[in-house]
Design a protein around this ligand. Structure first.
Ligand code: AMP
Length: 287
């Protein structure tokens, strides 16, 4: 991108400032892309969808403490604001909303959004705080920024399902756009957390996408037993010493209920701890 195409991204941290800016966009379409920063091409793809669809785009960067349990990686979550701003300017994002924790959760904050059912599966089992924290912060961001459109990645399949359910159940007037998962050239699902992996751990992390590709091939060859497919994924990942599987789910992509057989559209989703990072990946098989 040439320097001429760069536009300055306005960075605001308070609710008053962001409201003033988005008030000025009234009558035009506004897209919101919520992130936790340390932007990579997966994020940039979401942002491009918003830039294409909407007159204005607000990207938010907020490392949401309420979606981490005390034992999780909040303290080592990567960040680099100046690098992120450069990336946003290079593609012409209007506004970065970069609130601090007290702005989002002032003293006395007492409300949580709980989506039932789908949060009992996959990541919800081992990260009990995660989706309450996600739903609460996303609803807050919707109310603060007041976009007509919001963009989320299928990398976090369950998170998208939670946000879609919340938006539908609470009649929130925001159109949720699903954006496909973006991978590195070698297959690793892009994630800010990848930067916390050593080169050796990163190699081990390739076992996630390898096991998903292998499952796709097995299904194409007629193997549809979830038990057999799950065991196969386990074997591929466990062959890498130091990996710790949290879950392997073969489930319905909407209800997230486990399936015994791969019949029709099926989600395979994984979470694996490697060194300091807990990585997730998924793929859809079937029509
Ligand atoms: P995060 O900063 O990890 O909380 O992610 C912010 C948004 O970017 C979420 O909607 C994620 O699903 C999305 N995202 C993160 N990584 C990817 C990826 N590799 N491909 C597509 N979307 C992604």
């Amino acid at each position: 991108m040439t320097a001429e195409l760069k536009q300055q991204t306005v960075v605001v941290s308070t609710i008053d400032e962001i409201r003033k800016l988005t008030d000025a966009f009234r009558g035009e379409t506004l897209g919101l892309v919520p992130t936790m920063g340390y932007l990579h091409d997966g994020h940039m793809n979401l942002i491009k969808q918003s830039l294409n669809k909407c007159d204005h785009t607000v990207v938010s960067i907020f490392i949401n403490p309420r979606q981490f349990s005390p034992s999780e990686d909040l303290d080592i979550y990567p960040n680099n604001l100046s690098r992120d701003i450069e990336k946003l300017e290079s593609i012409g994002v209007d506004v970065l909303f970069y609130p601090n924790r007290d702005t989002i959760y002032p003293e006395g904050f007492k409300t949580n959004i709980q989506v039932d059912g789908i949060t009992q599966h996959l990541c919800g089992k081992s990260r009990p705080e995660l989706f309450k924290g996600v739903a609460t912060v996303v609803l807050k961001l919707f109310n603060i920024v007041r976009p007509q459109h919001a963009f989320f990645g299928e990398k976090d399949w369950q998170q998208l399902a939670v946000i879609e359910t919340m938006t539908r159940d609470l009649n929130i007037d925001v159109h949720i756009h699903r954006v496909p998962l973006i991978r590195e050239p070698d297959g690793l699902a892009m994630s800010s957390r990848n930067s916390n992996l050593s080169p050796e751990e990163r190699k081990k992390a390739l076992s996630l996408s390898r096991s998903l590709n292998d499952s796709k091939e097995k299904v194409n060859r007629g193997i549809t037993s979830s038990k057999q497919l799950r065991q196969n994924i386990k074997n591929i990942i466990a062959a890498e010493p130091g990996t710790q599987i949290d879950y392997i789910s073969i489930c319905d992509p909407i209800s997230l209920e486990e399936k015994e057989e791969v019949k029709g559209r099926t989600l395979i989703a994984l979470a694996v701890k490697i060194g300091p990072a807990r990585l997730i990946d998924n793929c859809i098989i079937g029509d």
